[in-house]
Design a protein around this ligand. Structure first.
Ligand code: UD1
Length: 270
């Protein structure tokens, strides 16, 4: 199907190898983002999530090798680090995923590395931290917190902040993630690498809510809920490797990203 700006869109289940294979013919770089990206679902629906995240990734690698694709860029996750208190997270720390989802992503990284060694295909893994921005699904209790905040503020409702709100996350705006992927796809020296995808800054949830209120020009006192089970307190990426090898520098300031996110959600309501 032809789409905007010459982009063709084909919907395909990556668990179906035969369906996937022809789409990779003549392709130079595969940027593999397909997954069920949810820690709670990986626990409550283990077979489904394993099928998509692990078998599906295996199929993408196998099809790419078969079609002589030059490089695969893989969306991994900060979930591979687990909850050790050491900060910032550096790529050569020992990964200790706590959830099936984290284990799926780590398995994907290992399958990629093994494919590079065994078949010569170039591979790059990107460990995303907290991605936010337009088009993020706000509808579940496990959606990214900023999409939930945006919807709340637009409905004139206060959000629930779990715990004291002083926990920190390394939020990265989706445009910066797209830029990171383009670098991972094109920089020759990236081949074989694993890189954190964050901004290198820890932002508290209280600051995030303040930014959302400022963007919406409203003031609402948040409800305070209990700390969420299994929540890590602080998460922050060391992005030196992405800077040095890929030449990556995040361009969207957190508050600016929040404004753009809110503007997009507001436009959906019109
Ligand atoms: C994120 C990823 C997850 C990844 C994990 C790795 C998202 C959506 N999830 O989880 O895939 O495995 O990093 O470390 O990016 N919160 C509230 N109120 C709400 C919703 C959330 O206070 O209404 C809090 C949470 O308790 C948490 C923080 O906001 O402290 C961030 O939550 P969330 O956006 O779900 O992301 P992570 O839990 O960091």
């Amino acid at each position: 199907m032809a789409g905007a700006a010459g982009i063709e869109f084909h919907e395909c289940d990556i668990r179906d190898y035969a369906a996937l294979l022809p789409f990779l013919e003549g392709i130079d770089v595969v940027v593999h983002q397909a997954a069920i990206p949810s820690v709670p679902r990986s626990i409550s629906e283990p077979e489904l999530c394993f099928g998509v995240n692990v078998d599906g990734t295996f199929n993408v690698i196998r099809a790419a090798v078969e079609q002589k694709v030059r490089r695969i860029v893989f969306a991994s996750s900060s979930a591979v680090y687990g909850d050790s208190p050491a900060l910032p997270k550096v790529e050569d720390m020992r990964p200790e995923p706590l959830s099936p989802y984290g284990a799926h992503k780590l398995a994907g990284e290992h399958f990629l590395r093994a494919a590079q060694q065994s078949y010569g295909i170039e591979t790059v893994s990107l460990r995303y931290f907290n991605v936010f921005g337009p088009r993020q699904d706000p509808s579940s209790a496990y959606s990214g917190v900023l999409s939930i905040f945006a919807n709340r503020v637009l409905s004139g409702e206060a959000p629930v902040i779990n715990g004291d709100g002083e926990q920190t996350r390394d939020f990265i705006f989706v445009d910066d993630v797209a830029r990171l992927n383009l670098l991972a796809a094109s920089v020759p020296e990236a081949s074989g690498g694993v890189f954190n995808g964050g901004c290198g800054e820890g932002v508290t949830l209280n600051r995030a809510w303040k930014a959302m209120q400022a963007a919406a020009k409203v003031e609402l006192e948040p409800q305070r809920g209990p700390q969420r089970l299994g929540d890590v307190r602080d998460s922050r990426a060391d992005i030196s490797a992405a800077k040095e090898v890929l030449g990556f520098a995040p361009q969207v300031e957190f508050e600016d990203g929040v404004q753009r996110t809110l503007a997009w959600f507001a436009a959906q309501r019109k």
